[in-house]
Design a protein around this ligand. Sequence first.
Ligand code: ZN
Length: 249
Amino acid sequence: MLWAIISDIHANIEALDAVLRDVERRGVDQILCLGDVVGYGPQPREALIRAFEWEISLRGNHEEAVLFYAEDFNERARIALDWTRDQLNRRDYPPEENSRMWEFLDGMPESHQVESALLVHGSPRNPVREYMLPRDARDETKMSEVFAGVPGKFCFVGHSHVPGVYTQNNTFLAPGRVPEGLEPDGKVVVNVGSVGQPRDGDPRSCYCTWDGDRVWFHRVEYDFRVTQRKIVETGVLPQYLAKRLAEGR
Ligand code: ZN
């Protein structure tokens, strides 16, 4: 069995379709999504329709905010969330399609276990909202609590959009330092990076494959200029959200 683990698509269809083509080419059996299918990007409806087909889609903080509240979001994220909500309520689409999207959002679980892997959007301590960032690797209290929440060998997370591997001996390995098909000795927390809004300085989409024992990171190029144009054409989404796609931050 080979799984693709993807996260933080953020309504970026050009990035998502490029990743899905790569996933197909690698003979992946199932797609597991760690959340934030929507938010920031210009095509939330199209992203959700693709997510209907996947094995699992967890609830990210952007799904939570679209459903319930957004008060701890910054201005740019909040504008994008209000716009996203309007898109999912559009009256020029069949009402059944709108309800299916809302029901799907509402049904997204906060965590999921697949064989030896715990899947969450944020962290095992706070599955929807806590960030795992490279500097946390040296925070022994945080890391020991995080690993205490990992029942098996693997925990896959997203949310920070910064891919890499956190090990139990307080190190963080960026994908460039992770061997192909990493087979860890102890427990690991793997941040799979972001499909639709990478923030590690590399604008290419990022995701992982996993065979139950080994992990691979993949980077996929896509035409972010098309997505940038779509963001600008909404007339509502902040320009900054287009700009950052080119910079990968
Ligand atoms: Zn995100």
